[in-house]
Design a protein around this ligand. Structure first.
Ligand code: OFO
Length: 175
């Protein structure tokens, strides 16, 4: 049995995960329009992952006699000034999600909800990995430079990172 407070907070988190999925899908569409195939594939996969993060909460609420309230999602930005600025926005969004997950863990502790605390540990690890991944991409963009002549190389780097990450997740059996 879950408290109403914890249930409401998890439902709110679903909204953030759903928005992240739409945001990354909008970024994928923008990348596709720029001819950046590696970045498009990366953002599509990120979008799918965020949808999975939302579904994990739907499934969890079902197992603790809670009620999942599917959120409305606002329209994400459709245009980005540059690939670098797009990844900076991704990193900022991931930092925001990390803060929100930390608040949820804090609430679970206050409510003495050890089941929710345990459930949320997956998200704690996931956010650490995602922030690290985005920082890694931003570091590479800084090293390569983000002038128009660098776009091809940035796209290739992101493609390689995407393939390596997908392979790693396949091995761990995490979707
Ligand atoms: Fe949902 O993993 Fe980041 O945002």
């Amino acid at each position: 049995m879950i408290s109403k407070k914890m249930e409401a907070a998890l439902n709110e988190q679903m909204g953030l995960e759903a928005y992240a999925s739409f945001l990354y899908l909008a970024m994928a569409a923008w990348c596709d329009h720029q001819g950046l195939r590696g970045c498009t594939a990366f953002m599509r996969r990120q979008s799918d992952e965020e949808k999975d993060h939302m579904l994990r909460i739907v499934n969890y609420l079902s197992t603790v006699a809670g009620r999942a309230v599917i959120p409305a999602v606002s329209q994400p930005p459709q245009d980005y000034d540059s690939v670098r600025s797009m990844f900076e926005q991704v990193y900022a969004h991931e930092q925001k999600v990390t803060k929100s997950i930390n608040h949820l863990v804090q609430l679970a502790d206050e409510e003495k909800d050890y089941s929710a605390h345990h459930f949320l540990q997956w998200y704690v690890a996931e956010q650490r990995e995602e922030e690290d991944l985005m920082r890694n991409i931003l570091d590479r963009i800084r090293l390569i430079g983000d002038g128009s002549n660098s776009l091809y190389f940035i796209d290739k780097e992101v493609e390689a990172i995407n393939q390596a990450t997908a392979a790693g997740e396949g091995e761990e059996g995490v979707d």
